[in-house]
Design a protein around this ligand. Sequence first.
Ligand SMILES: [Zn+2]
Length: 308
Amino acid sequence: MARRLGMRVLLTRGSMNLSQRDGGLPPDSVVQDEDTILADSERVVSRYHQRGEDAMVQIALAPCSPFSVTTSLMRKTAELAHRLEVRLHTHLAETEDENRFCEEMYRCRPLDYLEQCGWLNSRTWLAHGIHFTAEEMVRLGRAGTTISHCACSNQVLASGCCPVCEMEEAGVGIGLGVDGSASNDGSNLMQEVRAAFLVQRARYGVNRVSHIDALRWATQGSATCVGRPELGEIAVGKAADLALFKLDELRFSGRGDPLAALVLCGAHRADRVMVGGRWTVVDGAIPGLDVADLIRRHSATARAMHAG
Ligand SMILES: [Zn+2]
């Protein structure tokens, strides 16, 4: 589907093998065993992962959280990612509950556990990163591990707020993410820029966080998180991935600076999108995609899941 739409994607092979029966978080019905997960991870990487600056499809290995997989699978996933030269991803330091769970289960804090499993390095990017201490932020910065700040999810679930300014001062790269679809209702990155700008400005004040910071996290910062420095910036030699917005709606008519207007007035839909020099969205629509049919099928699937 991504290929048909001309999208550039980094898909993660998720995993869970520690169910409630074994003291983990997920229900028994959704876990797989370690051998199945590792074999399938290797299969999807060899089948789909592209390398190089023009890569359109990449795969990362991503246990759901360190508390839904065994220590053995955490370690072996890191080793496999290293051998296959792909990135590692998980969700960490999202709640205080997670800290307590980790102390009880492993007698250490989540970042110590991550390090013990061979994950504290520049191959890893983490979603959330809310509940780290100052000393832990320094360790993250030194290791080159980056954080995907999920502003909407963190507010909806009242998880807390990622300390982005302290993180950046400690040398930790910050990108933006929408979290999993179970924790974000619209998964709209442009709305995420606005949410990140608002929540972080409320936290740090008008002199430390601007709309430019929020846009920088979403573009260059996120490119750093996924290990693609050739993306996230409009410059000679970089990939031509562009999102273009029009300012002809009533919400923008009183605007001054156009970039500030996108963030402050709340842009939510690009008029044109270019990926690798090819137009993939034209006049606010994806050519050749039957959106009405997609909505019907998505709604039916969602209803079936609710009923299940
Ligand atoms: Zn998450």
